[in-house]
Design a binder for this molecule. Structure first.
Ligand code: FE
Length: 225
């Protein structure tokens, strides 16, 4: 029995055993953008979108898969120390994958304007007016120190909308409990090619491509969970 278990673990470590096969089936993949790289111009340039999606997001996906393979190997070896050591890489790269997957959907070529229905009612209830929410989310997001994200999220326990930020690639739900509705990426890779160091201009421009159809769907789903 012991030798059989050992054989399984050894095979897994060599990359041909059951654990690796499971990991291979669960590999993360880069999702296609729902629009062309140039579709968000003039607000976000095609150069930014191509680099951001095909290089930055792709790197998070690749590094997450690598970290998960190492995790499977560490688990197969019962190496608790190695499992702990992989935590930061998994948090960072899984967060990057989760955040960007939401971000692409949060924007649309024919976006902008204002939401309606239940989401607008909730915005007015929790922020007074749409403009107040917009100003607060913009200011909070511009104020992120270093790299991170600004978020409009839903607090399920309190049944209300909230605005907050996350550092680095920390994913909103896993680190705060808020359900993500609308995220604004303020890593420099998201705007520097077009806006240089003027982060406020980029954040103001984002509102012109905000996909309220997607954001509203996320809100309705969050309420119904
Ligand atoms: Fe990004």
């Amino acid at each position: 029995m012991l030798s059989a278990l050992s054989a399984v673990k050894t095979a897994a470590v060599r990359g041909c055993g059951p654990v690796s096969m499971v990991a291979a089936r669960l590999k993360h993949t880069l999702p296609d953008l729902p629009y062309d790289y140039g579709a968000l111009e003039p607000f976000i340039s095609a150069d930014i979108m191509k680099l951001h999606h095909s290089k930055h997001h792709a790197t998070y996906v690749n590094n997450l898969n690598i970290a998960e393979e190492k995790l499977a190997e560490a688990q197969a070896k019962d190496d608790a120390s190695a499992i702990v050591a992989l935590g930061p890489a998994i948090r960072f790269n899984a967060g990057g994958h989760i955040n960007h997957t939401i971000f692409w959907q949060n924007m649309a070529p024919n976006g902008g304007g204002e939401p309606s229905g239940d989401l607008m009612d909730a915005i007015k209830r929790d922020f007074g007016t749409f403009e107040n929410m917009k100003k607060k989310l913009s200011a909070t997001t511009v104020g992120v120190q270093g790299s991170g994200w600004g978020w409009l999220g839903y607090n399920k326990d309190a049944s209300r909308l909230e605005i907050t930020t996350c550092p680095n690639q920390d994913p909103l739900h896993a680190t705060t409990g808020l359900i993500p509705l609308f995220g604004i990426d303020v890593w420099e890779h998201a705007y520097y090619l077009q806006y240089k160091n003027v982060r406020p201009d980029y954040v103001n421009a984002i509102w012109n491509v905000a996909n309220w159809v997607d954001i509203t769907q996320r809100f309705e789903h969050a309420k119904g969970k």
